[in-house]
Write a protein that binds this ligand. Structure first.
Ligand code: NI
Ligand code: MN
Length: 226
C-alpha cells in the first residue's frame, strides 16, 4: 500500500502505513499549504533541489523529527551544514532505505539555496518504491526524452507532474510526459501557486481522457492511493 497526500505546490507526503516520508516540504510561505511544518511527522525528507519552494521547511522538519534528508550530494552537503542529518546521493544512483528504494533521475532545471543563492548542484527527480508501489516525483523540470526510458524501465503506479509552465513543463509537455512514463495515475502539481504558473489542471485531465492513465486532481490535504 502506498498512500500519497498532496500538500500544495510540489509537496507530497507518502506512507506505506509504517514509514512516512515527505518530498519538497515547502509549507511556510506556500499560499496553497494547509499544514504547518510543526505538524509534519516523518522519518525521511526528500528534496529535489535547493530552490525555496522545494527545500522549504526541510531542515526544521528533519531536525524536529530526527529525520534524515535525502538529496543530491551538493544539496545534502548544504543541509548538513545547516545541522540536518543527510544522506547524499546522485543522479542515476539508487539506494535501499528502510522504507523502500529511491533512485535519482535527471531534471532540467537549476538548484541554489539560501539568501545568497548558494549553488547546490544538479536538481533531481525521485523514483520511489515503497509499500510495493512505485511513485515518480520529477521535481522541477522541463520535458525530457529520457522519461521514455524511465517509463520503459519502471512500472510507475503514480506520477506527480508539474504543469505550471514558465519554470517547468506546461500542460501539453506534461501530457507528453505521461505518454512517455505510462503511469497508472498522474497528479498535476506546481501550478497556481503564483500568477505566473496559473495553468488549469482540468485541461491536463481532459487531455488524458482516452489514455491508459487516470488523471487525479488533488486539493491540498487530499490523498491518492497507488
Ligand atoms: Ni525550482
Ligand atoms: Mn519550483
Amino acid at each position: 500500500m502506498l498512500k500519497a497526500t498532496f500538500l500544495g505546490h510540489s509537496c507530497v507526503m507518502a506512507t506505506d502505513g509504517n514509514n512516512n516520508i515527505i518530498i519538497d516540504p515547502f509549507l511556510t510561505g506556500n499560499p496553497q499549504a494547509n499544514m504547518k511544518p510543526e505538524d509534519v511527522k516523518v522519518n525521511w525528507v526528500l528534496v529535489t533541489h535547493g530552490h525555496g519552494d522545494h527545500l522549504g521547511d526541510a531542515v526544521p522538519i528533519a531536525k524536529a523529527n530526527d529525520a534524515t534528508i535525502i538529496a543530491p550530494n551538493e544539496l545534502a552537503v548544504y543541509v548538513a551544514k545547516e545541522g540536518a542529518k543527510a544522506h547524499n546521493m546522485h543522479i542515476g544512483g539508487a539506494y535501499n532505505f528502510p522504507f523502500g528504494r529511491v533512485k535519482l533521475t535527471i531534471a532540467h532545471h537549476g538548484s541554489a539555496a539560501g539568501d545568497g543563492l548558494e549553488y547546490t548542484g544538479n536538481p533531481c527527480g525521485f523514483l520511489i518504491t515503497m509499500g510495493g508501489k512505485t511513485m515518480y516525483h520529477p521535481g522541477d523540470t522541463g520535458l525530457f526524452y529520457d522519461m521514455k526510458l524511465i517509463g520503459e524501465m519502471n512500472d510507475i503506479d503514480l506520477a506527480f507532474l508539474p504543469i505550471g509552465d514558465n519554470f517547468t513543463m506546461g500542460v501539453d509537455d506534461a501530457v507528453k510526459a505521461v505518454e512517455f512514463l505510462k503511469p497508472k495515475k498522474a497528479v498535476p502539481i506546481h501550478y497556481k501557486t503564483w500568477e505566473v504558473i496559473d495553468t488549469e489542471p482540468a485541461e491536463f485531465a481532459e487531455k488524458l481522457k482516452g489514455s491508459k492513465t487516470e488523471a487525479v486532481i488533488l486539493k491540498p490535504g487530499e490523498s491518492v492511493e497507488a
